[in-house]
Structure formats: C-alpha cells, structure tokens
Design a protein around this ligand. Structure first.
Ligand code: ZN
Length: 134
C-alpha cells in the first residue's frame, strides 16, 4: 500500500522531521514484518535518516553541504539558479528504506526520518510512503 505525505517548507535549505507522519501511515496499514520506503518526488530535495536530539546535527548537515556545494558557481545556474540544490539532492538521494520489525518502524532511539529541502521555501513537497509486507 502507498500514501503520499505533503508538507510545506519555510527555508531554502533545511531538514524537516517526518517520522511521526510515516509512523501514523504504518499504524493505519499495519504489517508485522516488512519494509517501508520513503521517497521524495522532486529533483531538489532528499530523504535522510539522522539524529533528532536537538537541531545541531540537522544544522550541521546543512552547513556541510553548503561548504561542499556553494551557491552560484554551477553550469546549471544559467538555467534557473539552483545548481547547488540539484547537487545536494543528488548526494543525499531521494529515498530511504526502513525495516518494519515486530510491527514497528525499525529505527533506533535517535534515528528519525527527515525531508531535506534544498530549494525552498516550497508550498508543497510530496513524499511517497510505500509499505511492503514480507
Ligand atoms: Zn534547476
């Protein structure tokens, strides 16, 4: 089964925790053992599993990618000014796969699922959540 999560973003670069939304979809469509895939539709966003104790790691991810991939120096910038956004999205990747263990998301205590925005703010980012029973 599959559902689409839709969220808005309010910064050009930022991580947005979507763990509870994914957990709710699994609760509505329970499986005991399986996998959940989380996939963002869009060439300038990604999905990352990362710590959510506070905002430090999320800010560090954005800082790292901004240092590695500065804005405004890419061939694609001549088209729509977001060459860095595409490169960041490509490095992070558009999806993650999470095992379902004993009916629950198999995340550790400090693992959360984040949408990574690299070309915001956006009114709508769509994330496909697919649950596969094993
Ligand atoms: Zn572009």
């Amino acid at each position: 089964m599959q559902e689409i999560i839709e969220i808005s973003t309010n910064s050009r670069n930022g991580l947005y925790d979507i763990t509870e939304k994914v957990r709710k979809i699994l609760e509505m469509h329970p499986v005991t053992t399986g996998i959940v895939t989380v996939y963002v539709q869009g060439a300038t966003a990604g999905i990352m599993i990362q710590e959510n104790w506070d905002e430090s790691v999320q800010n560090d991810v954005v800082s790292l990618l901004n240092k590695l991939i500065p804005q405004g120096v890419w061939e694609h910038d001549a088209q729509d000014g977001n060459g860095d956004s595409h490169l960041k999205a490509g490095i992070v990747g558009p999806s993650e796969t999470i095992p379902v263990i004993d009916g629950k998301l198999g995340l550790s205590t400090w693992q959360n699922i984040f949408l990574c925005e690299f070309d915001g703010p956006r009114q709508s980012r769509k994330i496909a959540v697919t649950i596969i029973d094993a």
